[in-house]
Design a protein around this ligand. Sequence first.
Ligand code: PHE
Length: 396
Amino acid sequence: MKIPDWIPWALGAFRRPSRAGCAALLAAALVGCKPEGGATSAASGDTIPVGEFASLTGSEATFGQSSHNGTVLAIDEINAAGGVLGKKLALVTEDNQSKEGESQTAVKKLISRDKVVAVLGEVASGRSIEAAQTCQKYRIPQVSPSSTNPKVTEQGDHIFRVCFIDPFQGTVMAKFASGTLKARKVGLLVDVGAPYSVGLATFFKEGFVAGGGTVVAEQKFTKDDKDFKAQLTAIKAAGPDAVFVPAYYGQVTLIVMQARVLGLTVPFIGGDGWESPELVKGPGAKEALEGCYFSTHFSPDQATPQAKAFVAKYVAKHREKPDAMAALGYDSAQLLADAMRRAGSADPAKVRDALAATKDFDGVTGRMTLDASRNARKSAVILAIHNKRRQPQGFV
Ligand code: PHE
């Protein structure tokens, strides 16, 4: 996979901040390095330090890169318009390399070294849960852009998100499977090491069975698996009308391609974990995934003024359309800035209270109100892979 230009310096600068790297970066935007003056607090510094942890490299790199691009776009825009409370936001980003255990370390650094007043991140639920335990302990508000497992915000009253949650997403796809695809029997293939996958599989199953359907096969895998033939053979033998795979994109492509080789031709369906340009890259991937569907948070074809303006700005900067993670990364930073303005302060306790009071915030991914569990009430979009392209199938 092509590593974007900013990655090499980003890794150098994030891990071992060099004076030259930071200076060049600060000239471009107040993003990515230690805020000037080192570990200042919001009250005493001339910038407001905001932390971000993301999977910029590793198995879900496109999640972190997209989300980071959206976050940076928002921070740049906020700063260009004068910042918040008369100060510029200084984003400090840590890469967790898509690895277990790294998010906690990253967030501890952001809180104790960089004295961030709030943390943005992550995409994958497992890594957001990890970081949330630390943010909650230190009473630093965390806003996850796109982690959908209910356990994320259950870590405590300082943890928020700007996306919907998996009980909703699972039900949406269960109804789609029975209502639109007319599936009566489904197979499930679950990554048992990922809280996201296990949770979404459970919610899908509950919805599908409640609607009168049957789960005829349930098979497991883990993060590093590359050969799914045994599981797919068992699923094929059970004769499903569709197969639900609540997994992350890297393995989804392999799974569906191997299924086609085995003659399992039914539609595969999934959730937002499928969202990546990598999903249909590589020889044969587009053909294998033709007629498959997944639910997600945003489509660049959405017609609201906020979505249109965001897509235009993103395309002008990155020469490609934004995906859901980019849109949610943007919304997470904008919501945080909005909460600071409403709080009239960057003090973490006050920002927390303002975040909790969020009502009718117009994001690019839709209008959101945070409920008592600090989750956003939102709608979902179902995308079809049709004529080798992703096409919106409907909004739910
Ligand atoms: N919702 C997924 C999770 O919680 C992550 C994700 C979000 C993936 C948005 C793609 C798009 O792990």
